[in-house]
Design a protein around this ligand. Structure first.
Ligand code: CA
Length: 291
């Protein structure tokens, strides 16, 4: 009898434990998603910085980032909640988010002047952009719809759909690669826009790296902003493993901080000149960097 009681008690305890951990995970995710529309730096940022500070220092040294050099600063619209940034054939393209404020922009990379703006309907919250085959692909956050534009005119020519959320998007010269706020990166066939494979990004301890946001394919690696943080991670697309972290929090010390200033987001790469463009949500500057 005692044995049966003990077994029942054990089952109850195990069940309660499993419910609690599931609840904790789901609370964490919804909190993060809620934060997405908030504009202040969160406690999460500080937590991540503290936890990883030593790793970031080590990584930055390993990849020679002591030699990081800001070569130019461009003005950036502080109303631009940056969700996507690309350098393509001498032009910068930016996607900005928030309901009622989402847009697609073409920017002069020498002056920071916005040359062309396409405003989205108020109901859409724009996310990342990728350029492939003379088309611009733009994601939306929770609307499950992507927009396709003709690159030369920025005229919208089509749409596509996907399940779940859209965060960042890039291409690896063969497929479009999109993030959705988890550690998954989905590869889409650019013709059919169907998923061909998914990789899952993990750190050096095989722990999933969540909140992957704006993306950029750079020299065989995928670089990703990590939402709520001011660092970038380099990912090996072969196995989803973390290559290194790049701490760019020092850039935030060089901008004007207002109540709207949010985290680092936006990676563009000019392969020809080996220059990187970095900015953040509602930052007043875009930094052009050599490293
Ligand atoms: Ca990008």
């Amino acid at each position: 009898m005692e044995y049966i009681k003990f077994t029942i008690l054990l089952i109850v305890l195990l069940f309660a434990g499993s419910c609690k951990s599931r609840q904790k995970q789901s609370t964490g995710l919804s909190q993060s998603i809620t934060n997405k529309t908030e504009t202040n730096d969160t406690a999460d940022t500080i937590l991540i910085k503290d936890t990883l500070a030593s790793d970031i220092d080590k990584n930055n040294k390993e990849i020679g980032l002591n030699g990081i050099k800001i070569i130019r600063e461009l003005p950036h619209d502080t109303q631009a909640y940056t969700q996507g940034l690309i350098y393509y054939k001498g032009m910068l393209y930016e996607s900005t988010g928030q309901y009622d404020e989402s847009s697609l922009r073409k920017i002069d990379p020498q002056t920071g002047n916005v040359l062309q703006t396409i405003n989205l309907e108020n109901k859409y919250f724009a996310e990342g952009i990728a350029i492939f085959n003379n088309k611009i692909y733009q994601l939306t956050w929770r609307q499950g719809i992507g927009f396709i534009y003709e690159l030369s005119t920025m005229r919208q020519t089509g749409t596509f759909t996907y399940y779940g959320e859209g965060w960042g998007i890039t291409n690896d010269n063969k497929y479009l690669v999109m993030s959705d706020g988890t550690n998954a990166l989905r590869y889409l066939d650019p013709q059919t826009l169907q998923i061909v494979k998914t990789i899952f990004v993990i750190d050096e301890n095989s722990i999933p790296l969540q909140y992957l946001n704006e993306l950029e394919y750079i020299n065989g690696e995928i670089w990703a902003n990590v939402y709520t943080s001011n660092y970038i991670i380099r990912i090996n697309p072969e196995d989803g493993r973390l290559v290194s972290r790049i701490d760019l929090s020092f850039l935030k010390d060089k901008i004007e901080i207002t109540p709207e200033t949010d985290v680092l987001n936006g990676i563009a790469y000019d392969k020809e000149h080996d220059e990187y463009y970095f900015t953040g949500k509602n930052w007043n500057k875009i930094f052009v960097i050599k490293m």
